[in-house]
Design a protein. Structure first.
Length: 468
């Protein structure tokens, strides 16, 4: 075991140059014309690199822990991702709305207030949710499998700093500090977690789901605190010191619907993993989780374009440039779909090999991956329509669509998992995502007269020249 661990240690050490690689990508992107192109390239390159690192991280954890403990850890970490979105209370997305607005209007007092309140609010919300979660795990202990109790309790300690990191990502994106926004979440944390688990493996000779949970908490705190120091250093140069104005009601009024959008989106992505754990053993959960993680590169194309586009949508909207917005949406949708399609087809070819890397029995997840790919392409076909609606003030409509999609997903999972097992969960998720994508595209057309489908015409010229 120790010799195997040393081999993996050498491989992890070689990934230490990933930050340098990402910085080189950013410098190369600086040669492009336009901030949007530069940010899109850096965002996409970092997300692809991050997806590869996260995937390697999951393979390492699965092989080091074994299928059962890996399945337990997967469910515990999925809960952190879901609860972490809600702990952000919408401030992981609303910086893309408020910061460009305050910079354009020169309202530095509200800008300073927002920068302080958004981060403090998410930190305290994370603390509250973590405390409630711990109490519920122990109160409902008789209804929770003993395998999950300790890992779930420990991993909730990551929640406050996970939420803080999410808000800091949003702030950094709004300033086009792409490396600071992307590297902590998509590069540093996927490196630090397996590195810490490896250390425990070398010391103890084996690792459990509990050990991995401890490592995940430590990694989340280390990365988020470092990002906090780096972000504060940049903000001191970008925002002069001065009076702060706390416009909390306005911030919450806009951010909370965005929270519902982000929260329901994450629930749609994660509900199948959590619900599979209600009916199936940790070993089977591990197979499903590995299949969904193998598909992550396809999803990351969508999320990369979404992250790079959100505050661009806001800029077009504040400038009342309808045709510019429509053309930008068209380009974003085309890039999202064709890159997702190409990535998905390539993935289908190599997926059997990739799944086998997780360990014995994981190759059975191939049909699950194929079904989930259909849903991913449905979402990619309409591009970042949800970000478009949120940035244009229609976040409540977007939240309603995601709420309906989540309800459909849960209902379909309840029906299909008992009948068809793991494949039923994948079918339920893909059907739900198809409903979500078509609903978002229809809402964008009705409210903004912007076609988001990748094959639609680029722009619709309005007689009044304004925004809907």
């Amino acid at each position: 075991m120790r010799g195997s661990a040393d081999t993996w240690a050498n491989r992890l050490q070689r990934t230490a140059g990933t930050r340098t690689l990402a910085l080189l990508i950013e410098r190369a992107a600086a040669l492009l014309d336009g901030d949007a192109s530069r940010m899109a390239l850096v965002t996409f390159s970092t997300r692809v690199l991050g997806a590869a690192l996260a995937y390697v991280s999951q393979i390492l954890l699965a092989r080091w822990m074994g299928a059962s403990d890996y399945g337990v850890f997967s469910v515990a970490w999925t809960w952190i991702i879901v609860l972490g979105i809600f702990a952000c209370i919408g401030f992981s997305s609303s910086p893309n709305r408020f910061i460009p607005q305050y910079l354009k209007s020169g309202d530095l007092e509200r800008l300073r207030g927002f920068l302080v309140f958004s981060r403090a609010g998410s930190l305290f919300a994370g603390l509250g949710l973590a405390a409630v979660g711990m109490v519920l795990v122990w109160v409902l202990g008789d209804h929770v499998s003993p395998d999950y109790v300790q890992p779930l309790t420990v991993i909730l300690l990551a929640l406050p700093l996970f939420a803080l990191g999410g808000v800091q990502d949003g702030i950094a994106r709004s300033y086009d500090w792409t490396s600071l926004a992307m590297l902590p979440t998509y590069i540093w944390r996927p490196l630090v977690i397996p590195a810490l688990v490896l250390g425990l493996l070398l010391v103890n000779g084996s690792v459990s789901a509990f050990d991995a949970a401890v490592a995940a908490v430590a990694a989340t705190w280390i990365v988020a605190l470092y990002q906090l120091l780096a972000l504060n250093r940049r903000l001191r140069s970008a925002v002069p010191r001065g009076k702060r104005t706390m416009d909390v009601p306005t911030w919450l009024l806009i951010s909370l619907p965005m929270l519902l959008v982000e929260g329901f989106l994450q629930l749609i992505v994660s509900a199948d993993v959590i619900m599979v754990s209600f009916w199936h053993s940790p070993d089977e959960v591990a197979v499903y989780f590995a299949a969904s993680k193998t598909l992550a590169l396809v999803h990351f194309v969508y999320f990369a374009v979404r992250a790079a586009s959100a505050h661009r949508f806001a800029s077009f909207i504040h400038s009342d440039d309808h045709d510019g917005l429509a053309n930008y949406v068209h380009r974003a949708s085309r890039w999202t779909f064709w890159l997702s399609l190409g990535t998905g087809l390539a993935l289908l070819v190599v997926a059997p090999l990739l799944l086998s890397l997780f360990g014995e029995g994981f190759s059975s997840g191939y049909p699950i991956l194929a079904v989930l790919l259909v849903g991913a392409l449905m979402r990619a076909a309409v591009g970042p329509a949800d970000a478009l609606l949120s940035m244009s003030g229609h976040q409540k409509i977007c939240a309603g669509i995601y709420g309906a999609t989540f309800a459909m997903n849960v209902g379909l999972n309840l029906m299909l998992i008992p009948a068809f097992g793991l494949l039923g969960a994948a079918i339920a998720t893909s059907i739900s995502i198809a409903f979500e994508a078509s609903s978002l595209a229809f809402a964008a057309w009705r409210r903004l007269e912007v076609k988001t489908f990748f094959l639609a015409r680029a722009a619709v010229t309005r007689d009044d020249g304004g925004m809907a």
